[in-house]
Design a protein around this ligand. Structure first.
Ligand SMILES: [Fe+2]
Length: 297
């Protein structure tokens, strides 16, 4: 088994959508290359064990089973939007992807691919400009990208025509990212999308989306359908990326201005010594980048 970084061992990871589990049945999945069994009894209590028979710490929250393979270093993330009564709170359907989960997070943060991968929905090829935006590291050591704007012909199924959508992105954990985007019917409020990426192996992951959409003008099934439509467009692109692990050397892949969040993400992973699903930089190499607060143009 590949060595797993201590930061990841002490973190929480989604390993199942509770809706997919059956009572008195064992479900098998993988985390960090290790096979684990999830068992739910008729009282809806869940236990998770490794192949060696070790029971690991598990919780049920936001419709998912979460596990921590070691001692939890911090709680499961808090999502205030999930408590708001005027939102659909939905698991988006878990999807396996043959690529490192870090690649999936990076793609989630990238607006530049909208016109090319999601043409006619989240972008149009004839209007592919990515505007300047701000990227920072917060006091809580999270990456936040703000002032992100993108023209979208169908920002959401309830949109009546194209809008200039405002986005905010956050990377909360190495394998967890969230975004807030303009709700077409209530432009002063935002819909919320998180992805909890389960690193099944270094080059395989399971993506668990979580959605908190304002109920106005849309039903639950349509929210989930749209998420799966969009992710179905991303999946083959992700699976064609080579190498399948994410290179952390800033010189390994050419970055353009619209990749600012990606540059921050890779640097943040390096600074947190995350190597699982990554191609680590040679520690002897030197590189220089500005630290934070950059306005990328
Ligand atoms: Fe995408």
């Amino acid at each position: 088994m590949t060595q797993v970084d201590s930061t990841l061992i002490s973190d929480w990871h989604v390993v199942a959508d509770i809706e997919t589990l059956k009572d008195d049945t064992i479900t098998t999945t993988y985390l960090f290359g290790e096979r684990i069994q999830i068992e739910r009894n008729h009282l809806k209590s869940i236990s998770v064990t490794t192949d060696s028979g070790r029971e690991v710490i598990s919780r049920q929250k936001y419709g998912f089973v979460w596990v921590c393979l070691g001692e939890p270093g911090r709680p499961i993330i808090e999502i205030p939007e999930a408590e708001e009564n005027d939102r659909h709170v939905i698991t988006g359907g878990s999807m396996g992807v043959h690529v490192s989960g870090l690649r999936v997070v990076e793609n989630f943060l990238d607006m530049g691919h909208f016109p090319f991968v999601h043409d006619g929905y989240l972008g149009v090829e004839t209007n592919s400009e990515t505007f300047p935006y701000q990227v920072d590291i917060t006091a809580d050591d999270e990456i936040v990208a703000t002032d992100c704007k993108f023209f979208q012909p169908v920002a959401s199924p309830n949109a009546e025509g194209g809008i200039m959508a405002d986005y905010e992105y956050q990377v909360l954990r190495p394998y967890t990212a969230v975004l807030y985007k303009t709700n077409p019917l209530q432009p002063h409020r935002k819909d919320y999308i998180a992805i909890f990426v389960q690193p099944a192996g270094e080059e395989h992951c399971i993506v668990h989306p979580f959605l908190c959409y304002l109920k106005d003008g849309i039903d639950r099934c349509t929210v989930r359908w749209f998420m799966q439509l969009i992710f179905g467009q991303d999946k083959p692109i992700l699976e064609n990326q080579l190498p399948k692990c994410l290179p952390l050397d800033p010189r390994a892949e050419t970055c353009i201005a619209s990749d600012a969040t990606s540059v921050f993400y890779r640097r943040w992973l390096r600074e947190h010594n995350i190597t699982y699903g990554a191609i680590p930089i040679d520690s002897a190499s030197n590189f220089s980048e500005s630290k934070s607060g950059d306005i990328i143009r």
